[in-house]
Design a protein around this ligand. Structure first.
Ligand SMILES: NC(=O)c1ccc[n+]([C@@H]2O[C@H](COP(=O)([O-])OP(=O)(O)OC[C@H]3O[C@@H](n4cnc5c(N)ncnc54)[C@H](OP(=O)(O)O)[C@@H]3O)[C@@H](O)[C@H]2O)c1
Length: 261
């Protein structure tokens, strides 16, 4: 039996569009890929074996669902140039409100995969997808779509989605940046980064069960002034990392669980 959202057009051919395309192509008919550059569109279209374009005016009007997976800053611009009448249209951004699509069609929404996608990433089973749709019927169709990709649907309104996205920025983007800082420090000493993996893994194991604020360790929460001074001295040659160190140390100490200095 054909799915209610059988024919799909993908607008975007980057990390998310590619992972979604591969997952969706198993049960859906991806009829067209759009990307700003012909080369990106062509590359994804070759994998999916469908037509492609780099012109929004050439978007086929007869698909069941249009998925906009372009960079956040381009979503509104791309949306403003689409003429889709009553067609179903969604974007994939955690930070952008679904309302940016409301001028295109009454059937608009967001399906945001709460995961990090880089080049070559594939969609993993049980990936949470936040759904926020303009109608109950669309929400139900999108729920089915997510389940077909073996994802876990979560229905949230725009306000809650924005807060979840903010939490995800802290939990993923910022921690990953801090892994990068650690990588840099170790690289200078010719120490391989993987020496930190047991520590990182143990932290992840602990936060599966416990409030992360209660398992905080290290010089900041202990109030070890001398260690903090020594580490600041090491970082003095790198003002950017020194500022980050001071900011994070202060933030840890301002939590209710920290010992007062
Ligand atoms: N990456 C993640 O971990 C992740 C996770 C969840 C949700 N998202 C969301 O998914 C969306 C896509 O992210 P992504 O990581 O897949 O991005 P990406 O890999 O950088 O791909 C961006 C796509 O947008 C196109 N594009 C860029 N600027 C454009 C413009 N000015 N006009 C038209 N098209 C433009 C690019 O076209 P060309 O390549 O042809 O230039 C490319 O097809 C974003 O809304 C993001 O917030 C991302």
């Amino acid at each position: 039996m054909k799915h209610k959202l059988d024919k799909i057009v993908l607008l975007g051919a980057g990390n998310v569009a590619t992972a979604l395309a591969k997952a969706l192509a198993k049960k859906h008919n991806i009829v067209q890929v759009y990307s700003r550059s012909n080369s990106s569109a062509n590359k994804l279209a070759k994998i999916i074996k469908c037509s492609f374009t780099n012109k929004l005016s050439e978007i086929t009007p007869d698909a069941d669902l249009y998925i906009i997976a372009v960079t956040d800053d381009a979503v509104e611009k791309v949306a403003s140039r689409l003429k889709l009448k009553n067609k179903k249209v969604i974007h994939t951004s955690g930070s952008i409100d679904k309302a940016v699509l409301k001028k295109i069609s009454p059937n608009y929404g967001v399906v945001w995969p709460l995961q990090t996608f880089s080049k070559g990433s594939i969609l993993k089973r049980k990936t949470p997808f936040v759904i926020d749709a303009s109608t109950k019927q669309l929400a139900s169709h999108l729920n089915e779509l997510v389940e077909e990709m073996n994802g876990k649907p979560i229905h949230l309104n725009s306000e809650k989605k924005a807060k979840l996205h903010l939490a995800a920025v802290f939990a993923n983007n910022f921690t990953n940046h801090l892994y990068g800082v650690a990588y840099d420090i170790l690289k200078n000493e010719k120490i391989a980064f993987d020496v930190l993996l047991p520590l990182i893994n143990e932290t992840i194991e602990k936060i599966k069960e416990q409030d992360p604020r209660k398992i905080q360790t290290g010089p900041a929460i202990r109030g070890d002034k001398k260690t903090i001074k020594n580490q600041e001295a090491i970082l003095s040659a790198n003002p950017q990392y020194l500022e980050l160190y001071k900011l994070l140390t202060k933030s840890i100490q301002l939590t209710t669980h920290a010992k007062k200095l």
